[in-house]
Design a protein around this ligand. Structure first.
Ligand code: NAD
Length: 359
């Protein structure tokens, strides 16, 4: 029996996670998924109830669970709080405490939604990229860092890009293993022509590729990768890159799809345990209205089944059901267009469950 920690968080987090739970319950009740679901508080909601955005109880629940499903955190009412107890601290605390070093961000564009992209439909229709971003190292964490005053009185800001061989190898391994479940191609993105640290990155990636003979490895400089992502994004299968390059490229890739409410994500530890969440935030502007798109969260459950629970057939069942409801013309307001049927958050969740039951 696997334990899943359910952390809805704030704003639309509450509404979208409720729909993802319906999907998990359907798999548990109708298809034999052996799981127990336990709810916890995180973010502003947790702060209001306990005085901290990451209560001990929630951390313990997340540590003991096999996987975590998170909604989103944040909201206007907590913006004036001291930074140490802001909702985002709950999320960052979870990532750090759970040792989640690999961030998986798919950019998928369902053909039914090709018009939502700012790029021409033929460039992006059917897009399916997985960006694997190193999450706990690199320039965002490297020491020394700070702002110092030079002898001439001028201030100077500085950060350090640092990666050890083992950090590069473990993120590479994640990327190669994911590629083995996809089209078998990894593109490692670096700036090896300028940065020694990423010269080592390239060397270690090439070495690690030797342990994955079925995977085709290519290398690309980050400036070219950014250009290729908007020129011909369908050339990519899996991209693996550093923390900062991944931060930028994954947002760029996500926006190729034009629909923030559709994109899931995962952050994994050394043992494949993961935290799964939509890429969007708590959308306080639409919270409580039953209009948010729950599909990113539902698709996060599919990622959980594939990458932590090792149940790819159930993951496909969810993805197929999502495709079916889109084929049927159901749309929440964020992806609605003329000729399709506008549905609420809960109607969308119910439709996905109904489509799963019909399969
Ligand atoms: P956001 O992603 O919450 O919202 C951006 C826009 O997209 C809004 O117009 C929103 O209505 C829309 N949107 C987002 N998700 C949607 C969905 N599922 N369906 C329909 N529309 C959706 O980003 P923001 O407005 O910059 O931030 C709002 C709050 O969320 C802030 O407090 C921020 O700190 C927090 N945030 C949290 C996370 C997280 O929990 N991982 C990520 C980003 C932002």
């Amino acid at each position: 029996m696997k334990k899943i920690a359910i952390l809805p968080g704030d704003g639309i987090g509450q509404e979208i996670v409720a729909e993802a739970v319906k999907v998990l319950e359907c798999l548990r009740d109708d298809h034999g998924l052996d799981v127990v679901l336990e709810q916890g508080l995180v973010g502003g909601t947790a702060y209001d109830a306990t005085g901290t955005p990451l209560p001990e109880e929630t951390l313990k629940l997340a540590q003991e669970a096999d996987a975590v499903l998170l909604g989103a955190v944040g909201g206007y009412q907590w913006e004036s709080l001291d930074i140490a107890v802001r909702p985002e601290k709950g999320l960052l605390g979870l990532r750090a405490e759970l040792g989640l070093f690999a961030n998986l961000r798919p950019a998928i564009l369902y053909p039914q939604l090709a018009d939502a992209s700012t790029l021409r439909p033929e460039v992006v229709s059917g897009l399916d990229i997985m960006i694997v971003r190193e999450l706990t190292g690199g320039i965002y964490f490297g020491q020394p860092r700070g702002v110092r005053t030079l002898d001439n009185g001028e201030r100077q800001g500085y950060n350090t890009l640092v990666y050890s061989e083992s950090e590069i190898r473990r993120i590479g391994k994640v990327a190669f293993e994911i590629a083995a479940k996809r089209q078998g191609r990894v593109c490692s993105v670096d700036k090896a022509n300028v940065l020694e640290c990423t010269e080592l990155w390239r060397e270690v990636m090439t070495d690690e590729a030797g342990a994955h003979p079925d995977i085709e490895l290519s290398h690309m400089y980050v400036d070219n990768a950014a250009m290729q992502l908007v020129r011909a994004p369908k050339q990519f299968d899996v991209m693996v890159t550093t923390n900062m390059f991944g931060d930028i490229l994954s947002d760029c890739a996500a926006m190729l799809t034009g629909s923030i409410g559709m994109l899931p994500s995962a952050s994994l530890d050394e043992n494949g345990k993961g935290m799964y969440e939509p890429i969007h935030g708590s959308a306080p502007d639409i919270a409580g209205q039953n209009v948010a798109n729950p599909l990113a969260t539902i698709l996060s459950v599919a990622m959980m089944l594939r990458y932590t629970l090792d149940a790819p057939a159930m993951a496909e069942r969810i993805e197929q059901a999502v495709s079916t409801v889109l084929d049927e013309g159901l749309r929440t307001q964020d992806i609605w267009s003329e000729g399709t049927r506008k549905v609420s958050t809960s109607e969308m969740g119910d439709a996905v469950v109904a489509a799963m039951r019909r399969q």
